[in-house]
Design a protein around this ligand. Structure first.
Ligand code: NAD
Ligand code: UDP
Length: 310
């Protein structure tokens, strides 16, 4: 039994991770400032005597005794990370410094939730971990992309300079139950729009691609990476290597919900990556990880969740 800190633990991915680690018999400390996370996501865990929730902003230092740290605190939807971009980059940079400082002091292992956004609008396809990426350093997505790149840099420098035991994962578009209705990312937007009979908002022509990973698969990958061999820090891609265009996703959601919604085409946001698919050979080799849930099956569960919430 370990004491495990999850920053951003009341968010979409964080709440699933809290649940899974409690189920495995660990003691879980969930830290969150509730910017995009919600008490509803963790309400069912509050009765568990091995669970604690702390309202705290990770841009400020925190002193705790823990064995492992999953650093997930950061708004992840473009709508939310662009709402207060200065706060977003502060969260990634100060959050990494504060959690690394904690890891160093108590000799905890730390895993950083990085992102496929470190590859920017990629020139190579699918994306491998040794690709350095094509990120606009001064655009509207930079607060998130560069914040995560700086967090990766901090992880590696604390490892080299202070021998902190770090792990880095690069998460590709992940979806599932407990995404907020107002999250703004594509899967939840399309499902909510379809269920409400609203127009389905495709940005651009919908030819851009993403590869969608179901949250249970992702959580399995996070835990495997955290508990992987000591000398292996990553970064490792975690995502499902099956690619869909956004228009294909829209049509799939309409079909699966039986919705009468029609598709409308809106302007493509600046710097929106054209193509994205993970190469997961490294995850297969190093942590024996492979996603299991096909998009249709994951969408079914996610649609059922939103039907209940709405
Ligand atoms: P989310 O917005 O649901 O979760 C983020 C959580 O962090 C929320 O609970 C939020 O309140 C909390 N938070 C934000 N700023 C904070 C701060 N300053 N101090 C404390 N808590 C703070 O998003 P998610 O999809 O669950 O993402 C979780 C992590 O995974 C993020 O770091 C995100 O960048 C990363 N990630 C997610 C995806 C994805 O597709 N879901 C892809 C790549 C990376
Ligand atoms: N997108 C869309 N309609 C929406 C929300 C998003 O067409 O209502 C598009 C968006 O432009 C992008 C893709 O879907 O090309 C994925 O967007 P999301 O915000 O989910 O994640 P990210 O762009 O960070 O991968």
């Amino acid at each position: 039994m370990k004491r495990i800190l999850i920053t951003g633990g009341a968010g979409f991915i964080g709440s699933h991770l809290c649940e899974r680690l409690l189920f495995e018999g660990h003691e879980v400390l969930c830290l969150d400032n509730f910017f995009t996370g919600s008490k509803d996501n963790i309400r069912h865990l509050l009765e568990n005597k091995h669970f604690e929730c702390i309202r705290h902003d990770i841009i400020n230092p925190i002193y705790l005794e823990v064995d492992q740290i999953y650093n997930l605190a950061c708004p992840a939807s473009p709508v939310h990370y662009q709402y207060n971009p200065i706060k977003t980059i502060k969260t990634s940079v100060m959050g990494a410094i504060n959690t690394l400082g904690l890891a160093k002091r108590v000799k905890a292992r730390i895993l950083q939730a990085s992102t496929s956004e470190v590859y920017g609008d990629p020139e190579i396809h699918p994306q491998r971990e040794d690709y350095w990426g094509r990120v606009n350093p001064i655009g509207i997505r930079s607060c998130y992309d560069e914040g995560k790149r700086a967090a990766e840099c901090l992880m590696m420098d604390y490892r080299r300079q202070n021998h902190v035991d770090v792990k880095i994962v690069r998460i590709f578009n992940t979806y599932g139950p407990r995404m907020a209705v107002s999250d703004g990312r594509v899967v939840s937007n399309f499902i909510v729009q379809a269920l409400r009979g609203d127009e389905i908002t495709v940005y651009g022509q919908g030819g851009q691609t993403r590869s969608f990973c179901y949250v249970d698969d992702l959580v399995e990958g996070l835990i495997r990476m955290m508990n992987s061999e000591k000398d292996f820090a990553g970064p490792v891609n975690l995502g499902t290597p099956t690619e869909f265009t956004i228009l294909e996703l829209a049509r799939m959601v309409i079909r699966m919900t039986g919705s009468a919604s029609r598709i409308v085409f809106l302007p493509l946001p600046q710097d929106d990556p054209v193509q994205r698919r993970p190469d997961i050979a490294l995850a297969r080799e190093k942590i024996g990880w492979e996603p299991r849930v096909p998009l249709e099956e994951g969408l079914e569960k996610t649609i059922a969740y939103f039907q209940q919430v709405l």
